[in-house]
Ligand binder design. Sequence first.
Ligand SMILES: NC(=O)c1ccc[n+]([C@@H]2O[C@H](COP(=O)([O-])OP(=O)(O)OC[C@H]3O[C@@H](n4cnc5c(N)ncnc54)[C@H](O)[C@@H]3O)[C@@H](O)[C@H]2O)c1
Length: 435
Amino acid sequence: MNKIFTVSILGCGSRGREAYGNNFYLLPDKFKIACLCDINPKQIEIAKSAWGVSDENCFLSPEEFLKEKRSDALVIATQDRDHVDMCIRALELGYDVLLEKPITPIKEDLYRLLDAQKKYGGKVVVCHVLRYAPAFVKIKELLDSGVIGKTVCIDWIEQVAYWHIAHSFVRGNWHSEQQTSPMILAKCCHDLDLLQYYAESKCETVFSFGDVVFFNRENQPKGASDRCQTCKYKDECVYSAERLYVAKREFDFDRIEPLPKDKDDARKQGWPFNVVDLSRPITTESIRNAYENSDYGKCVFACDNDVVDYQTVSMKFANGIVANLTMTGFTQFPGRKMTFHGTLGEIEMDEENDYIRVSRYGKGTEMLSVKQLMRDAVKEDFGHGGGDVMLVRDFYNALCGNELETTLERSVESHLMGLAAEESRKTGQACKVHK
Ligand SMILES: NC(=O)c1ccc[n+]([C@@H]2O[C@H](COP(=O)([O-])OP(=O)(O)OC[C@H]3O[C@@H](n4cnc5c(N)ncnc54)[C@H](O)[C@@H]3O)[C@@H](O)[C@H]2O)c1
């Protein structure tokens, strides 16, 4: 019989609850949710009633919660700048930890955490979920098979999508570098992690450009209001909160064919609506009320955002591979696109257009479906291309004593790349990743 591990969740928001808690709950032969901690009683209420956790196992104070060890494992899904202190305390208590990315935007804290892990010995699995997503796993298998010979260079685009950048990085949690992280860590630490994984080498040097080019006062239409509910452009501006969250729901990127009614109703209860509005169920009135009374109702040209809306990073790896990453908020659709150029062929992947194309020079091409690879592995359309659920399954293996792909050392490496890229963007100089 399987061992059942008890797991607690610190930070029961979008990631702690939806990405991890719900997936633990669906695996009762492997996990039992023990305790919950969040400073927001509404988040506790939603999580507690979904999984049947008793009141005495729910905590509103992280200090009280972290006084003693309360389960075998702990998920830390609070905001970026709280991760390291909480994780060190958890290791000290003897937990194995599933830690949300980015680990931290502070370099010294990366080393503090590495030292603590060595000292206390617990596992720290950083949620680089794309390493577990079937299509991204397939890319690694293809590269390892030698089908394109030696990889020479990699082109990579992270398409954030116009509505997602407005929701998360202009109005939402990640609009301020000082409060959370620079964009290159907040949005691209998966990309940097995958690039070093696929390159199979440490990155040596980076050079980066990037800025806030659009979401600022200069681009606010004449006569616009600072809040959408009172703005004369409320029905036509594509960033209008009324349009994004209520009227048109631009977030429905699976919109090409209208969803059947039951799926459409379920969609209205999911991300990102459930981040804007903590009412359950979410109604038209509740979500309108939620955006009108929060930062999600601010004009995108009148927010105090300072994280960049586009950024490029050129990277040189120790084994000679060169990569170019572009993060841009100016795309219709979300998802990553990349091409691996090899001596014998090419691999292209386009998440939105649902393909991996493997070309061998002079020998034809083979097409694979990104979505089919995911469905073969996880059956349903889960978050991050199936990566969220696959990570939860692999976290079980880690608790059973197996080594995972995402060791803390490897995850730290991609954060060092991101911090060097940010330094380069700000100084206009190429920067070494390891100094
Ligand atoms: N792996 C991924 O792909 C991915 C995707 C999105 C976000 N993230 C990261 O996940 C983390 C959580 O993001 P989210 O989208 O769930 O945000 P969220 O705001 O929905 O959830 C964070 C939760 O932590 C709670 N919280 C804040 N401070 C706390 C404290 N001191 N003690 C206890 N609870 C506290 C908040 O009340 C909230 O419920 C962030 O670090 C974010 O960068 C990762």
